[in-house]
Design a binder for this molecule. Structure first.
Ligand code: SF4
Length: 495
């Protein structure tokens, strides 16, 4: 990582069907279907919709042998329709399904948490991938590390890196370089730390595998986009990332324009900045620079804050350099940038990507989006969402909602809207809204309460990691969730 200018990390090229990522290739954007993988027609239609808006890599869940086998029909239909979309099979629990899927798709994604290295499962998958010209993604997720890794490292960025490196070393030993790696989390701070530590570990061992970026369970609407932009933007600003996914609890084709906006925004990061005191910064350790506990928005009391304004094409590096060159190291700082775009989403995504990383690293103490073309209360909302996404100030309930996939057991978009309508006034709470019991509980990581699909029409409620009530009919589940929050003293009436 270079503090004074933008330098893209050097990675080697990995071919996923007709798409190349890594090397000098532009950052690729991708999405994932939320159809049933056994439903060929619906899955193909959705992949084609994603492809038409520019998503040239699409992942499908393959939770069992049946789904793995049906990938054959999906790929055949897609090709017959004239689409060359690169298809990725998402394998979670059953290594034998990866072997089936490798016959049909362009890339297989596995979660190391579910692979037994002592049984040679990875070596046999690598042999399959080599034989079929299929790429592999080592997709580590915060919240689903293997037990032996968890026991040694806990659910930490270091544990995630350990897990990824074990698998990457085997890939290298087997002379297989068509491998991409990811380190996702719904917690932006964990996610950024994990990727940065991974890059460091790979560099120490001379590895150049390309990197896939994503924030899991980001939610929907402006909030989901902002959360992704803060996490992904922080890493793109470091020059890390060859392909990205903006996970939203919405129709998957909605993910592509936001991902594209973000990827394109990092194409031109010009400028070189003098950093007077680089020793004040570490990308690996979170440290609040000043004593300001609650970072501010632009329309709050700003006496005592120094306003630093970005003017260059690399606002994050410019502002970071200015902060790291202050003569008084802990002087409180508000970072400001002007945005003239006419749509609020573009302003929100760009500001989250530019200014969010400075909050995420503990450097800035306030944020000022200078966009006079909008109602200032709307801008303040965006600023609050950025502060929350960077985990420095909580002003509303945070929803850790999965983007849904072929495993989802209920209409998650509609349910999330219903839960939000009743609970969004609860500050400082995190509610997980997850489509399935298989991965949901692990992936909602640090949620305070969880609403998880247990079977069709049935919900299981969690308090932290503890199951409270199993298999409730969905019609009763929201009321029961509210009761549970009340019982634990976390409820407040709306002001
Ligand atoms: S938690 Fe959601 S996205 Fe993850 S596997 Fe389950 S249904 Fe799919």
């Amino acid at each position: 990582m270079n503090l004074s200018q933008y330098l893209r990390r050097k990675s080697h090229v990995v071919r996923i069907g007709e798409v190349e990522i890594g090397g000098e290739n532009p950052i690729a954007v991708q999405s994932m279907t939320n159809t049933d993988t056994n439903n060929t027609e619906a899955s193909v239609a959705q992949i084609e919709r994603i492809d038409r808006v520019g998503g040239k890599i699409v992942r499908l869940t393959a939770q069992g042998r049946k789904e793995g086998e049906n990938l054959k029909n999906i790929v055949a239909q897609l090709r017959a329709d004239g689409f060359d979309t690169a298809i990725v099979a998402d394998i979670h629990f059953l290594p034998e399904v990866a072997a089936v899927a490798a016959n049909y798709v362009d890339k297989v994604r596995i979660n190391p948490g579910n692979y037994r290295l002592d049984r040679g499962e990875l070596e046999s998958l690598i042999a399959q991938c080599k034989a079929h010209g299929v790429a592999l993604r080592i997709g580590v997720n915060h919240g689903s590390l293997a037990k032996r890794v968890f026991d040694e490292w806990g659910d930490t960025p270091e544990g995630m890196v350990f897990s990824a490196m074990e698998f990457l070393r085997i890939c290298r030993r087997e002379q297989f370089d068509q491998v991409v790696v990811s380190m996702k989390s719904s917690n932006t701070r964990v996610m950024v730390a994990a990727y940065r530590l991974l890059v460091k570990a790979m560099e120490e061992e001379g590895m150049t595998f390309p990197i896939h970026l994503g924030v899991t369970e980001a939610g929907n609407g402006l909030e989901g986009r902002i959360k992704s932009a803060v996490g992904i933007g922080a890493l793109l600003a470091d020059g890390i990332g060859d392909t990205i996914r903006v996970s939203l609890t919405e129709a998957p084709e909605n993910e592509i324009p936001t991902a594209r906006l973000l990827a394109d925004y990092f194409q031109h990061r010009a400028g070189e900045f003098v950093v007077k005191y680089p020793e004040r910064y570490s990308p690996y350790v979170y440290r609040r620079r000043s004593s300001v506990q609650v970072p501010v928005t632009h329309d709050e009391e700003l006496d005592g804050f120094r306003i630093l304004e970005a003017e260059s094409a690399n606002p994050t590096a410019e502002l970071r350099a200015a902060i790291l060159s202050l003569e008084v190291a802990d002087e409180p700082v508000v970072v400001r940038r002007r945005y003239m775009e006419s749509d609020l989403e573009s302003v929100a995504v760009k500001a989250a990507a530019d200014l969010g990383p400075l909050l995420l690293d503990g450097l800035a103490d306030g944020i000022w989006i200078d966009a006079p073309q909008f109602d200032q209360s709307e801008i303040r909302e965006v600023e609050l969402m950025i502060l929350q996404a960077a985990r420095v100030r909580y002003s509303h309930t945070e929803y850790i909602a999965c983007p849904s996939c072929g495993r989802t057991l209920y209409d998650i978009e509609k349910t999330l809207a219903e839960i939000r309508a009743k609970t969004s006034h609860l500050k400082n709470l995190r509610i997980g809204v997850m489509g399935c019991i298989v991965n949901g509980p692990g992936e909602m990581a640090d949620a305070d309460y969880g609403y998880v699909g247990a079977a069709p029409g049935r919900i299981t409620l969690y308090k932290g990691r503890e199951v409270i009530e199993k298999n409730i009919p969905q019609e009763e589940a929201l009321d029961k969730l509210i009761e549970l929050i009340k019982r634990n003293g976390d409820w407040a009436d709306e002001e």
